[in-house]
Design a protein. Sequence first.
Length: 277
Amino acid sequence: MQRSPSDDLVQHSQLAFNYASDSENRMHSDEGAQPFGFRGGLVPGIADYAFFVPPVVAALGDDWPQRGWMAVRLLAPVYDGDRVVVSGRAKQGSPPSLELELRGADGTVCAECSAGIDGGPEIFEADLAAGPPPPQPEDRPPASLDELPEGTPLGSLEVTLDPTALRAAWSENFGPAGDWPGSVDAPHPAFYPEQGNRILTSNVVLGPWIHTESRTRHVDGVRWGERLSVRAAVREAFEKNGHERVHLDVGFYGSDGRTVALLDHRAIIRPRLAATA
């Protein structure tokens, strides 16, 4: 049932864990991140996204994962072992909404979040066509703006919603923010940007890269055990401030063809190196 948010402070705090230090994205390792000016491996942006979920669900209720929206901008790194604090205010209105921020161990604002049941940011609405499966890992081309021009469709994924495996992974990777209640018959909201990362990395080989923003709209309820089709196309591909950036439209479609969720997913696929003295 949806709750009625009020102009009250909402908050969540926990230790961050870099669960991806051994992943293909070496930006999550110390040796991969330091040439780009970071002091160590970055905690995945998917975890930062997940940290916002407990106060959002507490304020907006169990209906929100089925038909709400959330927009998260990742602004600064979070490091392994940092105690992060999410705070903000839930505001009454039509539609109700929240404005939150995540601060790192030194008080830096590392991410910003807006969330609500209705309204929210504009996200593409057209159905994305199903494509062939992604290439085999060894056949993926290197990521570049030439390889991912605007309008490029990506190879589609098929994902079965296995509650046992998914709940265990979320709890392990996200800590308290991943303890998804059994009463909520929907995937953890971080599932959608997590699959945005997966469809990108399944189609191209990336060096160290950075997830920068995700805007998700939960359109229709899903059923545990259901098989989803995950489809994507490049909305924009451009260079800015020395970084090569890609914005993806990602759609999630149920076994009966209905739209389950829509995602505007953004990343720096080739970051510039840090200046050296």
